[in-house]
Design a protein around this ligand. Structure first.
Ligand code: MRU
Length: 336
């Protein structure tokens, strides 16, 4: 059975340690909110929805520590990773639940809210999966980037959720997974995750995508999202933007799978999205113990922004926003 991304064990949160996959499947036990924050920062848990869910449980753990720990926990957790808006969305929900709770048992109320966020996420991903799988042809080779799968969410996944559901619908699906330098979420996580489900997946280096497209090997690109602005620009893992440009050049549909919780209606455009910069060591490390000299200058933005003009459709649990996304997103928003 596919391992759960996170498991609540009465008074602690077990997080599947994604830094160790595929070599080892083990959980790291978080007994307080600081340990959850540390796990998010160190990428033991990653992926926009999963970060949000973990943070919600972090607040629930704080409530067990004492009512005075709740606001400091929200503050600490909100400073872990800046780009995925799901983190702030989920912390807001926990804060609202905190102030709204008339229950004597505040820890129970906050834990229930965290459980709800997790359960909702799995249902939402299934809905994204169904809506996205419907638009794929019966036989389809998909290119994906990073990991927007069960590991990045409460379960099923967003981009990989579409692939899973298409497989359940008996469509003939083949996947190419970009390795996704520097942290290799594609190589380590996506390939491993799809193999667990018996989905035909082949690993490629990031630099091979254009060549595969030119050879006619790719029918569609599907990626996840960390934040979607009110004009439909999308922040996702570094390397997504160049895939979108390559897709447009080769007339290949470029789909983004994202729950409504990934939309940040307060931002006018992708230029406003805060992009996380991570440490040089991620780029300098070439795998295992091999590392480049640490006096090399390194630039390491973890995300990039794809303008909505390059997106064929954003697939959400509430339906599709078809191109032109910057125009159709307004009527989508009104129906929410
Ligand atoms: O740095 P990461 O691994 O957290 O980045 C993850 C991604 O970019 C995913 O594509 C995105 O969060 C969507 S997950 C459903």
């Amino acid at each position: 059975m596919f391992p759960k991304t996170l498991i609540w064990n009465d008074e602690n949160l077990a997080i599947l340690d994604q830094r160790k996959i595929p070599w080892e499947v083990s959980y790291c036990i978080c007994k307080n909110y600081s340990e959850v924050a540390d796990a998010i920062e160190k990428l033991k848990i990653r992926g926009a929805p999963a970060i949000g869910i973990a943070a919600a449980y972090g607040v629930a753990l704080a409530a067990l520590e004492g009512v005075d720990k709740i606001i400091p926990a929200i503050e600490r957790l909100s400073h872990t990773r800046p780009t995925a808006v799901n983190l702030f969305w989920s912390l807001k929900r926990m804060e609202v639940a905190f102030y709204a709770s008339l229950e004597k048992d505040l820890p129970r109320a906050l834990l229930n809210e965290a459980h709800l966020i997790l359960d909702e996420d799995i249902r939402i991903n299934r809905a994204i999966g169904e809506k996205g799988a419907e638009i794929l042809p019966e036989t389809c080779t998909i290119l994906t980037h990073c990991n927007a799968g069960a590991l990045a969410t409460g379960g099923h996944g967003t981009a990989l959720g579409i692939i899973r559901t298409a497989k359940e619908m008996k469509k003939s699906i083949r996947v190419f997974a970009d390795e996704t330098r520097p942290v290799l979420q594609g190589a380590r996580l996506t390939v491993w995750e799809l193999m667990q489900d018996g989905i035909d997946v082949t690993l490629i280096c990031d630099s091979m995508a254009g060549s595969l497209m030119k050879e006619g090997k790719i029918d569609a690109v599907i990626v996840g999202a960390d934040r979607v602005t009110s004009r439909g620009d999308v922040a996702n893992k570094i390397g997504t933007y160049q895939l979108a440009i390559l897709s447009q050049y080769h007339s290949i549909p470029f789909y983004v799978a994202a729950p409504v919780s990934s939309f940040d209606w307060s931002l006018a455009s992708g230029d406003d999205i805060p992009i996380e910069r991570r440490e040089a060591s991620e780029v300098l490390c070439l795998g295992g113990d091999t590392s480049l000299p640490d006096n090399y200058a390194v630039y390491n933005p973890a995300f990039d922004v794809t303008p909505s003009e390059l997106i064929s459709a954003i697939v959400t649990e509430k339906g599709l926003i078809m191109a032109p996304v910057s125009v159709n997103i307004d009527s989508f928003k009104k129906k929410l």
